[in-house]
Design a binder for this molecule. Structure first.
Ligand code: FES
Ligand code: FES
Length: 155
């Protein structure tokens, strides 16, 4: 059967069953590969996307629950020519090592900055505590989120 989803502002129809995880549809049907498959068990955060502005784990989110939802993926934040402040800040702070966790870090940080544009460092740490990074670049990631917050406050 076909299911309609609103992804990055566009309505997309995908040939999938309603219990299919959103992550599979994003990567396999829509060729949106920002979200990563890490654990598949809601444990690591690599697959994070925004659903109605809230950070959710797409590996355990069934598409049948998203009929009227606005889904935003990493690809929906910015472009190569005009990156989002978070994307620019992650590059400026060289926050990625292997990069596998970075989608989840940026999308979780986006949800944080949308509800709290000037977070304290402790609030950034709390917001990203459930996103795992095996490379240990946490300090650079925290610096990048704080840098993005400052940059966004200037515009
Ligand atoms: S892949 Fe979804 S939380 Fe790990
Ligand atoms: S940069 Fe490699 S897992 Fe985070």
């Amino acid at each position: 059967m076909a299911v309609s989803l609103k992804v990055n502002g566009a309505v997309r129809s995908v040939p999938a069953e309603p219990d299919t995880p959103l992550l599979y549809v994003l990567r396999n049907d829509l060729e949106l590969n920002g979200a990563k498959f890490g654990c598949g068990l809601s444990q690591c955060g690599a697959c994070t996307v925004l659903v109605d502005g809230k950070a959710v784990r797409s590996c355990v989110t069934e598409i049948g629950t998203l009929a009227n939802a606005e889904i935003t993926t990493l690809e929906g934040l910015g472009t190569l020519e005009k990156p989002h402040a978070l994307q620019s800040a992650f590059i400026a702070e060289q926050a990625a090592q292997c990069g596998y966790c970075i989608n989840g870090m940026i999308m979780s940080a986006k949800a944080l900055l949308d509800r709290n544009p000037r977070p304290q460092e402790s609030e950034v740490r709390d917001a990203l505590a459930a996103n795992l990074c095996r490379c240990g670049t946490h300090n650079r990631i925290i610096r990048a989120v704080l840098r993005a917050s400052r940059e966004m406050g200037r515009t």
